[in-house]
Write a protein that binds this ligand. Structure first.
Ligand code: ZN
Length: 332
């Protein structure tokens, strides 16, 4: 008697249980789905300099098993090309609905050196926000601009709400948002939440992002014309493209600023004017470089022909174009 009754109960309960289960969030739905946390266009006005370190040992590798990371890096760095974009203001937004668990502002925007350690005093995140989401998930936003943080402890935020702006506070050497994703305190790589450390993500593996974020293995992030070779500090600050070039300029120079350079890459710089090619150079990258710039050009013995000039900067890896950027100027 027991057996049929149990079977009957099962038959009665099971459909209800199924309904219940399908209405509840499954394991995948309990995770936050993350929106783009910065107001910029990857590959154009910003780029990802570092991903989470997936190498369990002393080395560093990103989720594709390439080198866009550094040892023990526990987040993703959305970087701006120069300080001038930072000064103009790029909004950092909540990646998901949540409650503000912590917020800090008031730290100065200054490029990190070891001499800054005492001032920073362990506050490596700089001005930042921690959001608490459902089921023990957290997101943390670091290096925000001084005076830009606009949420306070306990405040509820919606996905996409402004939290502050990208800055240079805390332990950082370039303007960027570092975002960490954690579950129950453990770091999670939003690009490969299911991946085991030390493995490379397959092409069709799922991510936590609502909109797919294409992997860029390196790229040219800024370019311009000038009349002499600019300093690297000037490039990082945001050297503007000179246009028009003065007719009596002593030289015409094209510069390009790039990230994710690998040993044996080539950066090609080409200037084309109204009468054809003016200058071309291919410069070998001799070691891996997180960021670098190159410049090249021509001394002028006679004024340049009047007209429009195009500079093309191309990052080449294994004979394939990784990234290309064009900039124009004119001679009146
Ligand atoms: Zn970072």
């Amino acid at each position: 008697m027991k057996t049929p009754r149990l079977a009957g109960q099962r038959a009665g309960i099971f459909p209800a249980l199924l309904l219940c289960l399908s209405a509840l969030p499954g394991p995948a739905m309990a995770e936050p789905r993350l929106a783009m946390p910065v107001d910029c266009t990857l590959g154009d006005t910003c780029f990802i300099q570092n991903y989470m370190d997936r190498d369990p040992g002393p080395g560093a590798q990103d989720f594709t098993c390439a080198g866009l990371s550094y040892d023990t890096h526990k987040g993703t760095d959305f970087a701006l090309p120069t300080l001038s974009e930072m000064a103009r203001g790029v909004t950092v937004r909540a990646a998901a609905d949540g409650v503000v668990k912590g917020a800090r502002d008031g730290m100065i925007d200054r490029r990190y050196t070891e001499a800054e350690d005492a001032r920073i005093d362990g506050r490596d995140c700089g001005n930042g926000v921690v959001l608490l989401h459902a089921d023990g998930w957290e997101t943390q936003y670091c290096h925000l601009k001084q005076g830009s943080v606009q949420v306070r402890n306990g405040q509820m935020v919606r996905s996409g709400d402004a939290l502050g702006q990208i800055g240079l506070s805390g332990r950082t050497q370039f303007p960027h948002l570092h975002i960490s994703v954690r579950r129950d305190g453990a770091p999670v790589d939003p690009f490969t939440p299911d991946g085991d450390p030390g493995t490379c993500r397959g092409g069709d593996a799922r991510t936590l992002w609502i909109d797919d974020i294409a992997y860029q293995p390196g790229g040219v992030v800024a370019a311009g014309f000038s009349v002499d070779v600019p300093s690297y500090d000037a490039i990082k600050a945001g050297t503007p493209n000179v246009s028009p070039l003065p007719g009596d300029a002593p030289a015409i120079v094209l510069w390009g600023y790039a990230f994710g350079g690998r040993r044996a890459d080539v950066l090609q710089l080409t200037i084309t004017g109204p009468e054809g090619r003016v200058f071309n150079t291919r410069q070998l990258i001799k070691k891996d470089q997180a960021q670098f710039f190159r410049a090249g050009g021509k001394r002028l013995k006679a004024p340049l022909p009047v007209g429009n000039y195009t500079g093309t900067i191309t990052l080449i890896r294994n004979k394939q174009i990784v990234s290309q950027r064009q900039v124009t100027t004119r001679v009146d």
